[in-house]
Ligand binder design. Structure first.
Ligand SMILES: C[S@@+](CC[C@H](N)C(=O)[O-])C[C@H]1O[C@@H](n2cnc3c(N)ncnc32)[C@H](O)[C@@H]1O
Length: 245
């Protein structure tokens, strides 16, 4: 299997292109996904938060979501383990800091939040043990009764047309070297997308196939209760809302 691992600088370049490409509208499923996801977040925050409440996005990337939240009147900060992306967010005027969410986040220094968000399937790009670390950190970052919002792709429902679109989308933003194709996205999220050549084995990142798998996992997290779960109209994911008990 031939692999191509992106370094932090390359990931940063990918994010530049991602925002442009999504806005261009040429990838309709991906664009619909991000529009629906943001709508769900805003709807949830309007319901459970005031505009003064603090929000944090784990894995904030280039600040795509921070920007949308700011436009909606919310103040959110972001953390990411890619220093190029953190600097980029800061240059865009967002409050962002470096932190590895798979380790310990400095909860004592930054205080508690009314909401934690994890966008674009980031959580489910990781294997279960890493997801668990992110969720524990989210729990520690939340004030009592705070909410956790995220999206989770439904891999079993990916149509072949959508898979084609995703492969084309990521080829466009990642620009892999010649003779590589992108077949799957591994357990490091976009922070370490792996590309295999067409003869390589295709693997999927999520470990759930139906809604019950997903719900069972949320129950295993304990200390959170499910207060909202919405199948996306674009059909490829669930938007999920949990509350710290
Ligand atoms: C799928 S991208 C989502 C970016 C952004 N939230 C968005 O929706 O546009 C995942 C992000 O998580 C970050 N990330 C990956 N592993 C991380 C970790 N261990 N700690 C913090 N951030 C991480 C990546 O650098 C990347 O910016």
């Amino acid at each position: 299997m031939t692999e191509y691992i992106l370094n932090d600088k390359k990931v940063f370049e990918v994010f530049f292109r991602t925002e442009q490409v999504l806005q261009s509208g040429q990838f309709s499923a991906m664009s619909k996904f991000e529009t629906e996801e943001i709508k769900f977040w805003i709807k949830s925050f309007n319901r459970y938060l005031t505009k003064k409440d603090k929000i944090i996005e784990m894995g904030c990337g280039s600040g795509r979501v921070l920007k949308a939240l700011r436009s909606a009147g919310f103040s959110a900060i972001g953390l990411d383990n890619n220093k190029y992306l953190v600097n980029y967010c800061k240059n865009r005027g967002f409050d962002a800091f470096y932190s590895d969410a798979a380790k310990r986040v400095p909860t004592k220094q930054i205080g508690k939040f009314k909401a934690v968000g994890i966008a674009f399937n980031t959580l489910f790009n990781f294997p279960k043990n890493i997801r668990r670390k992110w969720v524990n950190n989210a729990y520690d970052l939340l004030a009592p009764g705070g909410i956790l919002v995220f999206s989770a792709y439904r891999n079993s429902r990916f149509s072949s047309a959508l898979i084609k679109e995703r492969v084309k989308f990521y080829s466009t933003v990642i620009r892999p070297p010649k003779n590589f194709s992108i077949d799957f996205f591994d357990n490091h999220s976009i922070g370490g997308i792996r590309m295999v050549n067409p003869k390589g084995k295709t693997e999927w990142f999520s470990e759930w196939n139906n809604k019950n798998d997903l719900i069972n996992e949320f129950h295993s997290w304990k200390k959170f209760k499910i207060i909202g779960m919405e199948k996306m109209k674009c059909g490829i994911a669930f938007n999920v809302l949990l509350q710290k008990c």
